[in-house]
Write a protein that binds this ligand. Structure first.
Ligand SMILES: [Zn+2]
Ligand SMILES: [Zn+2]
Length: 263
């Protein structure tokens, strides 16, 4: 499986991905808003885009579908529940569906509500798994729930699906927000040395060269995966004095999400 991350350079800080079969050169484009960059990226590598996948229905993920499809004849795939809202969807996805790209690539569709209620993540069936997680999990952060989402559902997606994936899973989100998210982590946990070290390099790097984290690394630097951490809880109780001394993980997650909304 070949993965090409394409930095949009736009104000929304989108990341696009091409996932290609090394044998056939067939490729799937994930959320190709800046579709010309994706088309040029595929052509320069000798790949043909045969499928377009939207992780969810927001326009900053679907806005490139029509022109890219017109240019390539690619099929469009999206969550079955989002298909009507997106329009022009050929394949509606459900949990457990397997998407094949060329002869060698298999991607499993995970039903991951929270950012919106019709959001899919893709998990590669490879030795070193890769997770294409749209606006659900970001590097060092979590998606917001402002536009059709629900924070308790997002918590359940994190706790019952994403956090259970192998630590070696590489994380490929829909936007580049690493530095800002690390600042939030450090505001919750000023002593988090891994987050501090990564923030220094994140500030220096061109977003096009941003680090690809693993889930194991996320468990150290992503406050939404550190719900039992005593400092995270203590700092949260300063902001939410009604919070129990030993709050459950779901409550911590939802309060962190609430705090992040206005942080
Ligand atoms: Zn979104
Ligand atoms: Zn987005």
């Amino acid at each position: 499986m070949l993965i090409e991350r394409i930095w949009s350079g736009n104000s929304l800080r989108n990341f696009h991905y091409l996932i290609a079969c090394p044998q056939s050169g067939e490729a799937l484009a994930v959320d190709p808003l800046e579709w010309r960059l994706c088309l040029d990226g595929a052509r320069s590598r000798g790949w043909q885009i045969t499928q377009i996948l939207n992780t969810h229905e927001h326009h900053d993920h679907t806005g490139g579908n029509a022109p890219l499809r017109a240019a390539t004849g690619a099929q469009v795939l999206a969550h079955a529940g989002a298909a009507a809202r997106i329009g022009g969807v050929d394949v509606g996805l459900r949990a457990g569906d397997v998407i094949r790209v060329g002869r060698t690539v298999e991607l499993e569709s995970l039903d991951t509500p929270g950012h919106t209620m019709t959001h899919v993540c893709l998990l590669s069936h490879t030795e070193e798994p890769a997770l294409f997680c749209g606006d659900t999990l970001f590097n060092a952060g979590a998606g917001n729930c402002h536009h059709g989402g629900e924070p308790h559902a997002l918590y359940r997606t994190f706790a019952t699906q994403l956090a259970r994936l192998p630590d070696a899973t590489r994380v490929y989100p829909g936007h580049e927000y690493l530095a800002r998210n690390l600042e939030f982590t450090l505001d919750r946990e000023p002593g988090n040395t891994q987050a501090a070290a990564l923030l220094e390099s994140a500030r220096r790097h061109d977003p096009a060269a941003a680090v690809v984290t693993t889930l194991g690394q996320e468990k150290h630097i992503n406050t939404f995966l550190r719900l039992q951490n005593p400092q995270v809880i203590a700092r949260l109780r300063e902001r939410f004095p009604d919070l129990d001394e030993r709050p459950d993980a779901e409550t911590v997650f939802v309060k962190l999400r609430e705090l992040r909304n206005r942080w």
